[in-house]
Design a protein around this ligand. Sequence first.
Ligand SMILES: *Cc1c(COP(=O)(O)O)cnc(C)c1O
Length: 465
Amino acid sequence: MKYLSTRGDPTERSFCDILLEGLAPDGGLYLPAHYPQVDAAMLARWRDLPYADLAFEILSLYIDDIPAADLRALCRRTYTAAAFGSDAIVPRVPLEPGLSLLALSNGPTLAFKDIAMQLLGGLFEYELARTGRTLNILGATSGDTGSAAEHAMRGKQGINVFMLSPKGRMSPFQQAQMFSLQDANIHNLVIDGVFDDCQDIVKAVSNDLDFKRTWHIGTVNSINWARLLAQVVYYFAGYFSSGAARVSFAVPSGNFGNICAGHIARMMGLPIDRLVCATNENDVLDEFFRTGRYRPRSSSETHETSSPSMDISKASNFERFVFDLLGRDAARLRRLFEHDLREHGAFELPREDVERIADFGFVSGVSSHADRLATIRDTWGRTQTMVDTHTADGLKVGRALRRADETMIVLETAQPAKFAQTLREALGREPDRPPGFEGIEALPKRCTELAADVHAVKQYLQQHA
Ligand SMILES: *Cc1c(COP(=O)(O)O)cnc(C)c1O
């Protein structure tokens, strides 16, 4: 499989060429040159495979520069009941006729990002060992991504993680998940600033190409192709476990990575009817799917909500879908993303493109704080299933848009224990904590405070890389 950039760079690349990359050199995102197609016979063969072997089958359609035996072994090492809590890895939880949850958040950090990140940890270690290289991962987090990355990379050969987080902005539980790691290759840098300051520092370091090259700086952000690919697998697993002939998925969305994996599964021919994009009060994506107008917000226009992992102003994976929507016309895509966004802060697609959105199965809806509370309360009351705030957004929108005969699977993206404050507000009680997570706030913490200053971060990195 060859990979190309959405902005039209003609260089052909293989999976391992782009594994450690974020953006393509021309500023675009990587996509496979085509989507391998699955047919009924393949689906029948895959239906009863263990999750790890299903992952291998799907990944191997996209990866031809890792020997099959190694890739299979890597999948089997990654997707274990020990790491993900059950043999199913992503068990389905029926809620009511035609509506169920796909439980994606039983990994080490209790969020769905573990599913992709755990695989990425293995892939990175493999590729670095093969090429004799090292990697210093630099990232900014306001919660879930950083901890999933650290838990995936801890103790991995050839890898250091430098994770910036805003001082005092993460929940005590999230802080404990990150700062309690004692592995020497994990560095928690607590920045005296807000999340945007952290992100700006990461960007500034990454834009210093000399520094980046000398110190082998990489990222694990949500635009990484391998992360997206790992997420394609659970759409297949959810489809198989539903037993239905066609299914729809409702996806709590922020950076558009999760639902973009659903788009890829659908493009491969998995019988997905609709992809329901659920947003919170930050409704950039909902506006696009309703109107064809894409208007990224400034950080001052981005609301802080009770589903914080969906508080995005600009959906970093979105360009991948637009590329396919435009029939993979890189020149047109460049005009939108390089010209229109820069000149006007927004772009608007003509009507014929907007009408084609439905051909790709996409619909959307918005959920508010009040919706979240009502959904958490209602779901608990009726089914004794406790959902977190993000999953509640997906559930609210998925239920509202579900048609009478539709099999709707809502992707559960985090455990309620991670968002205790809102769960208390909704239910008047503490959320359940999975075994092993009791009292983690009391564990010894390992982190370093730094000023919101690029040089301070660079210096720290040079001393500890
Ligand atoms: C990251 C995250 C999301 C958003 O997923 P995207 O891939 O960014 O759309 C939703 N819920 C939770 C809990 C998350 O951690």
